[in-house]
Design a protein around this ligand. Structure first.
Ligand code: ADP
Ligand code: MG
Length: 332
């Protein structure tokens, strides 16, 4: 633990944090970082938490950072112009789907994470699953329902299966169907709400997630929810889920999952960081569920947990993500 003198010194600008003294990060010292968080998606609350954590971490090491919430249209563009670089901590629609990235690329505003094209490919689960299959990365069998065919397709698909919006996050709108007749009303409401849905074979087994930080394959995290699956409540209620890092799985299986995750990350053109969600069946066969282009960034989130397990603090994680955004295109 460092004493209060260190923090006061840091605040008054006469002491440099050890991280900023590291030549890798020295160039970040003079930057004004706009942390984009909040937004309009159903994940607004989580994004605000991620944003607060990122700002705190950057300030802790002496980097100037301030929040930018797209919800406030009046100040949004003005604030963007004040920043040298944007740290995107915006989850869900409007953030992870590439909308904001497209606008920023057009205006040549530098930002963290993945470019527009990669976000667009990874956010929609139907599109990303097609990519997984093309890459030889296993993903559970699935079908896409629309307003006209949903009843026929949902009745014919073998139970149990998961139902999810094509472009959701934080498990919102996700549910399990064990018997079609018993779930028909829920399916109807869901198709009315979302227009299209993905249904996906349930993989019974263990839940894992594989994080990437630049070119670094982080250790795998095992997620052990105390509920039927890792739903919104299990994700965001303290004590409802246990986590194990590194996951206690055979080394060969762990390497296989990491290489699947990396393949997806590289091929889709993701950059800076990402997190790939995986189910492992009872025969230790992995299936990729989805890839998150802006994973949760609270200090309790999965990617920071995995980084911490290899000695990378949350502060360093944020600096690495920022640094990657300053590198020339194509580099991670
Ligand atoms: N095919 C599946 N088999 C088993 N569990 C699943 C499956 N699909 C989703 N789940 C459960 O639902 C959760 C959310 O699904 P996911 O595809 O990761 O969507 P989200 O984008 O909402 O996180 C997963 O973390 C997992 O617990
Ligand atoms: Mg997920």
């Amino acid at each position: 633990m460092r004493g209060a003198g260190y923090l006061t010194g840091l605040k008054n600008g006469f002491m440099k944090s050890p991280l900023l003294s590291d030549p890798r990060f020295a160039s970040l010292e003079k930057m004004k970082v706009g942390v984009v968080c909040g937004g309009f998606s159903a994940e607004r609350r989580i994004s605000l938490r991620s944003g607060r954590a990122v700002i705190r971490a950057l300030k802790n090491v002496g980097v100037r950072a301030f929040p930018i919430d797209p919800e406030n249209r009046r100040t949004f563009m003005k604030k963007i112009r004040k920043a040298d670089i944007l740290f995107l901590a915006l989850h869900g629609k409007g953030g992870e789907d590439g909308t904001l990235q497209k606008m920023l690329e057009r205006r040549r505003v530098p930002f963290t994470g993945s470019p527009f094209a990669a976000c667009e490919k990874s956010f929609n689960k139907k599109i990303s699953k097609r990519h997984f299959l093309r890459l030889g990365v296993p993903t559970p069998d699935y079908a896409v329902l629309d307003k006209r065919n949903w009843r026929r397709k949902a009745a014919a698909f073998p139970v149990p299966y998961f139902v999810k919006p094509l472009d959701g996050g934080s498990s919102q709108g996700v549910f399990l169907v064990e018997d079609f007749r018993g779930s028909v009303e829920k399916l109807r409401r869901s198709i009315t709400r979302f227009g299209r849905l993905l249904i996906e074979k349930r993989i019974v087994g263990r839940e894992l997630t594989a994080g990437l930080l630049g070119d670094l394959k982080l250790p795998i995290v095992e997620i052990k929810p105390s509920r039927i699956f890792y739903d919104y409540k299990a994700k965001y209620t303290t004590g409802m889920t246990a986590y194990e890092v590194p996951a206690r799985i055979p080394a060969k299986v762990a390497r296989k999952i990491q290489s699947f995750a990396y393949r997806v990350y590289r091929d889709l053109g993701l950059k800076g960081f990402s997190r790939v969600d995986v189910m492992l069946d009872q025969k230790n066969r992995p299936y990729v569920l989805e890839v998150n282009s802006i994973p949760g960034l609270t200090e309790f989130s999965l990617l920071p947990k995995a980084a911490r397990a290899v000695g990378i603090s949350f502060e360093e994680l944020c600096l690495r993500v920022l640094k990657a955004a300053c590198e020339p295109k194509g580099k991670n």
